[in-house]
Design a protein around this ligand. Structure first.
Ligand code: ADP
Length: 544
């Protein structure tokens, strides 16, 4: 028999301090670049934990954070769960009503917030119940003016905190450690609770060679927000492994990100495709050296194949496509070639790598089609279901759990195919797939094809209702600066690649595609916009 030692988080930050006391966490702040070693971070983490206890935070209490990616947020990432409380990261880009709903639903006792979030919280303060303290994470010596009360200065709590605080050693591994709400198609956001065990095991998965191989040697820059699925777990794993972390702070631009990569010699970064499209546009101005990058993890939405090609061919930066959800911590699949696939021609390799990839060790999947389990032939579509130690088993106190969690599986709402090698490809979300005449059209495939046209910057395809066919695809395209192309030219470009009935009924040229709070295409808003444009321009909706 082996020891039953609990998989809990205090040992992660203890290891960072013990072994990597000289390694740094570098944050971009309003005042410039801050550098703290893991020794300093670990001590500040203990001080924060003791101050939170003095404020009345007890085991199992939820402490909310409304913050960008920076070292104080990282300190909260460890101080809160390691003392037995639960860190609840809140998406700062949500509407105030959703933010107050989330705070109330989670029953947050204390909130830590960046100074620029103060106006948002002030605007919904009256709706917020139960919060006993607001802690402002400011660089300034004094607190900003606010009507929030009672307010505390983060740095004062650190200064007054106990550097010798000892984390409890009896936290059960299944105790809640973190919480994050995910947007729902309709209704309020849904809460997911991470446990010590799930964070521990998910962090290990990030270090696997065939996953993203995060290691001590990396200088890792999570661009994905720390309020969105724990920045895909990188801050936890990074501290544990002794990885140098570069945290890009508030209101960054593609230029700022590229400058951080250059200055800090970032080796690995992670974010959604819209971030990398923006960075690519900036890189193409041609003045930068990003040769330190050994890889970019791209997920959260489909990574366009042409974008991957351009990064690799023009900048020699390998792209790693991954897939996951808030409910899955998030890493579920990573797209890396098998050794014997390396011999294939570039086009075939690119085709495989632009799929979402192979399921990582520890997670199990099944693909449920109308007929049962879908064949692994790269064609038969079905809904992806998952289970594993870092997959949620329910939503936090939410009746909607039963729609998603059935027979011990999480039903993802993602339609996928699996090829003969086991590579999973997301065809669409069930709610976005276009149902035309009893067949399914993948909006993702059409988008990918459109984004391969040299004049196209971004493309999103949505379903519009159709009398005869039920739904038909309409494409929305944003052109690159100074580029021009006609609807007919784009259709000609698509024609050889798709069956006739897949071609969009219309291509609209827009100035921008509406995005979600984390930078994904906001298909719901786009559908409404398209409908309005069609009605205004033609006096008719499509298909009438
Ligand atoms: P939200 O629903 O707010 O976008 P999540 O961030 O949890 O919340 O999104 C998870 C969803 O994002 C998945 O169910 C899937 O539809 C989509 N997704 C994530 N990664 C990818 C990817 N690499 N390719 C395609 N879709 C992806």
């Amino acid at each position: 028999m082996m020891m039953d030692s609990p998989l809990t988080m205090p040992q992660m930050i203890k290891r960072a301090e013990m072994l990597f006391s000289k390694k740094e966490v570098i944050s971009r702040t309003d005042k410039g670049i801050s550098r703290l070693t893991y020794r300093e971070i670990a001590e500040r983490t203990r001080r924060l934990a003791s101050s939170l206890e003095k404020l009345g935070v007890r085991r199992g209490d939820k402490v909310g954070t409304l913050a960008w990616n920076h070292h104080r947020h990282l300190e909260a990432y460890f101080a809160i769960p390691c003392s037995g409380a639960v860190i609840h990261t809140i998406n700062i880009r949500l509407a105030p009503q959703q933010i107050s709903y989330i705070i109330n639903h989670a029953e947050d006792k204390v909130l830590l917030l960046d100074p620029d979030i103060i106006p948002i919280l002030e605007s919904c303060r009256d709706e917020i119940q139960g919060v006993k303290a607001f802690i402002i994470m400011t660089d300034e010596d004094t607190l900003p003016e606010t009507t929030l009360s009672p307010v505390y200065h983060y740095e004062k709590l650190i200064a007054d905190g106990d550097p010798d605080y000892v984390y409890p050693d009896d936290i059960p591994e299944q105790a809640p450690a973190g919480m994050c709400y995910t947007s729902a198609t309709t209704g309020n956001p849904k809460g997911v609770v991470y446990t010590h065990r799930s964070i521990f095991l998910h962090s290990l998965a990030l270090g696997l060679a065939d996953s993203v191989a995060l290691s001590e040697r990396d200088v890792a820059m999570p661009v994905v927000p720390m309020f969105h699925v724990n920045a895909w777990g990188m801050p936890f794993a990074g501290a544990w492994f002794g990885t140098t972390q570069v945290l890009p702070g508030p209101n960054f631009t593609p230029k700022i990100l590229i400058e951080l990569i250059e200055q800090e010699k970032v080796t690995f970064s992670a974010g959604v495709p819209t971030i990398w499209l923006g960075v690519l546009k900036e890189l193409e101005t041609g003045k930068y050296d990003v040769s330190s990058l050994r890889g970019i993890l791209c997920g959260g939405a489909p990574a366009p194949k042409e974008m991957i090609r351009r990064y690799e061919q023009k900048y020699q930066i390998p792209f790693i496509h991954g897939y996951g959800m808030t409910e899955t911590s998030p890493i579920v699949t990573i797209s890396k070639l098998k050794s014997y696939q390396e011999q294939l021609p570039y086009e075939e390799r690119l085709e495989i790598r632009s799929k979402q990839g192979l399921i990582v060790p520890g997670i199990e999947m099944k693909v449920v089609s109308a007929k049962g389990e879908a064949a692994w032939d790269g064609r038969e579509m079905g809904e992806l279901a998952l289970r594993g130690p870092w997959i949620a088993s329910e939503y936090y106190q939410d009746d909607r759990s039963k729609e998603t969690f059935k027979d011990g599986w999480l039903y993802t709402g993602d339609v996928v195919t699996v090829d003969g090698e086991g590579f999973l490809k997301i065809v669409d979300r069930t709610k976005d797939i276009i149902k035309s005449g009893g067949e399914w059209i993948s909006s993702v495939d059409l988008e990918n094809a459109l984004m391969a046209h040299e004049a196209v910057f971004e493309a999103a395809v949505v379903a519009v209702p159709h009398k005869k066919w039920q739904e038909r695809p309409v494409a929305c395209v944003v052109l690159k600066e100074n580029a021009s192309v006609t609807e007919e030219e784009l259709l000609d470009f698509l024609r050889p690649q798709f069956a006739k009935w897949w071609l969009p009924d219309k291509i609209l040229f827009l100035n921008e595609i509406p995005k979600t709070s984390v930078g994904k295409f906001l298909k719901r808003a786009l559908r409404e916009e398209v409908q309005k444009v069609l009605e205004a321009h033609e006096g008719l909706a499509a298909g009438e």
